[in-house]
Design a protein around this ligand. Sequence first.
Ligand code: NAD
Length: 363
Amino acid sequence: MTASRPSAALSPIPDPKAGPPPTAVPPFAVISGAQVQHILQGRERQIMELIEATYHLHSVGESVNPPSYFLRFPDRPTARIIALPASIGGQARVDGLKWISSFPDNVQAGIPRASAVLILNDHDTGYPFACMESSIISATRTAAMAASAAERLSTGHRIRPSRVGFFGTGLIARYIHTFLTAAGWSFDEIGVHDICADSAAGFHGYLQAADETTKITVHGSPEQLIRSSDLLVFATVASRPHITDPAWFDHNPLVLHVSLRDLAPEILLASTNVVDDVEHCLKADTSPHLAEQLTGNRDFLTGTLHDVTTGRTALPHDRPVVFSPFGLGVLDLALGKHVYDEAARTGQLHVIDDFFHETRRYG
Ligand SMILES: NC(=O)c1ccc[n+]([C@@H]2O[C@H](COP(=O)([O-])OP(=O)(O)OC[C@H]3O[C@@H](n4cnc5c(N)ncnc54)[C@H](O)[C@@H]3O)[C@@H](O)[C@H]2O)c1
């Protein structure tokens, strides 16, 4: 039997008087970093729930999240700008793009390394309807993801860590500390290590102001920090592995490998490895990507965070656990849409009148 083509007579006949579908060009709004921060500050728990719900939508296929595109420059080898296009269903129901620069030399000039914008596109018309400052959205979703992973990966047999170590002490480390604290973590000891003494001192000062009772130690050596921490947060800008000795992890810490390229593949091969998304994470010379290249397979991966959260994957407690999150564009999109909705609800949207000007096809 051959499949017959649907008959044209079965299609509804368009009514010439019906006019275009009831869509309009949406107004275009700009949302500043001050507005973003005001909307997100103090809502850490709610944001963690939003990030977990977004992971869930992603894992059940209610998202489109193609690979990030890395723009690099021969004349500025340490710099890059990454495009993260994405689309998310559920309540947010929005498409968009995060466009985020990383210029590490900025730090020496006294300005942050990363800067970003997020564009939101309307689900029905494709029109961009908002542009917002996004370094805060990016840091916030990264910290929410890290704190939520710390919670999920330290349940069950593992004892909740009481000694945390921050390896790399920039903006992301500060946001992760804020989220861990807001999520109810308290520590007996906080360790800090950074190749830049000024950064370590600045972070030490921030920690002292945030938490006057906890013992804070600046470690001169990476080994000291790693051996004295049960929870480790890597947030450096290292482009290739600089931590190579698996023996430093003999005490089986929980490692949030947010900067993705610090650990030699040998350390991952001696650990339980959890990622946020397998295809995304095994790209761009991340440590898991190097481990795949070294072994020729993905057997070293235990599963995704969602696998652990839903009980599909159990974690052994006799090895270090390394969480390597690539960071998905859908997270920025979901959080950005939340910011937009809050700004709209509270009457704070700065709409740019006539941003889209040629809105009639024939004038
Ligand atoms: N996975 C994700 O979703 C995600 C999201 C956002 C940021 N990040 C990553 O987080 C990292 C930190 O971002 P940030 O904005 O805090 O950067 P930052 O530049 O503000 O801080 C990085 C710090 O790391 C220190 N450092 C660099 N190399 C080091 C080394 N070998 N040992 C110890 N310290 C070292 C620097 O001196 C600096 O203080 C970046 O690599 C960024 O790409 C990941």
